[in-house]
Design a protein around this ligand. Structure first.
Ligand code: BYC
Length: 493
């Protein structure tokens, strides 16, 4: 923020690409597609990506944020080195420079797990794993635009300009994560990859004929409480899945995911603090009025926050696949998808002789079954995820404790409301009781948001577009973005 032109305090719009002033591995912004992969040296790939670019921009125009804005105070990557990789500026969103950024290469990097442990990391796709690898990249790529589609109308009901800016920051970065996967598809998978890249823009969230691949990405993000729960629970699945792909023996995928994870941290922040600020306001109103029924005072009852949490946690648990999966075993043994923090694990990184207990329901009761660990790696990852999810809940409960309230939020049982895996054909309550159809039908409205709950939350979603103004159902944050005041005009119309 050194030049007058780009100083957000004086309100000047630049909309121009940030100048590459960062450290090593600079991103070349003079190119049509900003990149740090020397795209100009590969004319064929450059042409393929340049022909995909207008389709992406078209998709963004039609299915990206629906509220028209003049400019937004956004963060853009300018280098992928350790320091100073981000640059903040006011940017008209359609001028955001989506590009291709890979973390720096480590020439000594090895395959760190599976049957090819110890080989130099692959710079090309191993022929025998081509279709599995493509499948993983396509599934990952499919989630990115899906989330933008799901969040498309939220700008219309933003609780503040600060929150609206955070929504758009998440959206442009999900768009960039799509670019990341499309680059891999086009650079390494030839014609098939180009076709898959087209399909990524053709499937749409919730579309009856051509839905997104994974369940949670076809659910509606109906309001800002769902958005905060989504960025807390579903983006966190993203963090863990990217963490496993960052370990991949296929080096370009590993390097892409490593850089994506840096951007992902902000999405986690939006979710954690968004729910926390909602709980804080709810706690204030509960204390003031001595009741959980705070609708009339403009707040969201804690019991409804819990139902939203139950929903988003359970659909996000489904994103890990089945507890026992031959797919995951094969991804691991072939060196395509590792474990969370693979290189820090103290075992042989091949796991052939190990076993793990996975949960099952047997004769109407919770039980476990011992399976080869290789087939249980979806559960291994999910367990890491659940432990991480619990941290946020602790933080939210601190708000309740600070307000002197007895009530607490909690994570529901792993079997609650599941459509994938061991619990799929059973009704399990949030506290882990297995119940029959009739009991479930009678009580499901206590566990998951009802149409009425969603309608009442929707009534509170009145937009607040004055700088420094906040909706009554959420507390303002304690600090603004990039040291700017909370009252800053983060979005202009
Ligand atoms: N919905 O062997 P199974 C993110 C399919 S989020 C629908 O149990 P597997 C983000 C499965 O594909 C992270 N279908 O599972 C967050 C398989 O189909 P095929 C996204 C499902 O393969 C917020 C069959 O059922 N990245 O980045 O071991 C905003 C049997 O599956 C579902 C990834 O997921 C489901 N929930 O594991 C923006 C990483 N679950 O092959 C972005 C890449 C399973 O029989 N993906 N199925 O046709 C993977 O690693 C794996 O595909 C999965 C599934 C973990 C998803």
């Amino acid at each position: 923020m050194t030049t007058t032109e780009s100083n957000p305090q004086n309100g000047t719009v630049t909309g121009e690409a940030p100048k590459p002033t960062g450290p090593l591995s600079k991103i070349d912004y003079s190119e049509k597609i900003p990149n740090n992969v020397n795209l100009a040296s590969d004319r064929k790939l450059q042409r393929a990506l340049e022909s995909w670019q207008p389709k992406f921009l078209d998709w963004w125009k039609n299915l990206g944020p629906s509220i028209p804005t003049h400019d937004v105070y956004l963060r853009t990557a300018i280098a992928v080195g350790r320091d100073g990789w981000a640059h903040f500026d006011r940017v008209p969103m359609e001028d955001y420079r989506w590009g291709i950024f890979l973390a720096e290469a480590d020439p000594d990097r090895k395959v760190n797990f599976g049957d090819r442990l110890g080989e130099p990391a692959w710079q090309e796709v191993p022929g025998e794993h081509r279709s599995d690898l493509r499948r993983l990249i396509v599934v990952q790529g499919d989630t990115e635009p899906a989330s933008v589609e799901q969040q498309r109308h939220l700008g219309m009901t933003a609780p503040s300009l600060y929150d609206m800016r955070n929504l758009f920051q998440v959206n442009v970065e999900e768009g960039r994560h799509l670019w990341a996967m499309v680059y891999l598809l086009q650079a390494y998978f030839g014609k098939d990859g180009r076709e898959e890249a087209e399909q990524l823009l053709k499937r749409n969230s919730g579309d009856f004929d051509s839905p997104r691949i994974l369940g949670a990405f076809n659910e509606e993000t109906t309001d800002w409480l769902s958005f905060f729960m989504f960025t807390y629970f579903t983006d966190r699945d993203g963090k863990y899945q990217l963490g496993t792909l960052k370990e991949s023996g296929f080096d370009p995928l590993a390097r892409t995911c490593e850089f994506m994870l840096k951007e992902e941290a902000h999405h986690m922040f939006v979710g954690t603090t968004g729910v926390q600020r909602t709980v804080q306001r709810t706690a204030e109103l509960m204390k003031e009025h001595g009741t959980d029924d705070i609708w009339a005072y403009g707040g969201i009852p804690l019991s409804v926050i819990q139902k939203y949490l139950n929903f988003q946690f359970s659909v996000s648990m489904d994103l890990f696949g089945s507890e026992t999966s031959s797919n995951v075993a094969s991804y691991y043994t072939s060196g395509l998808k590792g474990r969370w923090m693979e290189t820090r694990r103290k075992d042989d990184h091949q796991l052939h002789d190990l076993t793990m207990d996975v949960p099952i329901i047997e004769n109407g009761a919770m039980s476990t079954k011992t399976v080869p660990m290789l087939t249980a790696l979806n559960l291994d990852l999910r367990n890491e995820y659940v432990a991480d999810c619990a941290n946020g809940v602790k933080r939210w409960n601190q708000e309740l404790e600070d307000a002197g309230l007895e009530e607490r939020l909690y994570l529901p049982h792993q079997g609650f409301n599941r459509k994938v895996g061991s619990f799929r054909d059973h009704h399990v309550t949030p506290t882990g009781d297995i119940v029959d159809d009739a009991t479930w039908e009678k009580s499901v409205g206590d566990y998951l948001p009802t149409a009425d709950d969603r309608a009442r939350v929707a009534e509170l979603m009145v937009p607040h577009y004055e700088a420094g103004d906040f909706a009554g159902w959420i507390s303002p944050p304690s600090v603004g973005i990039n040291s700017l005041p909370v009252e800053y005009g983060y979005v202009r119309f």
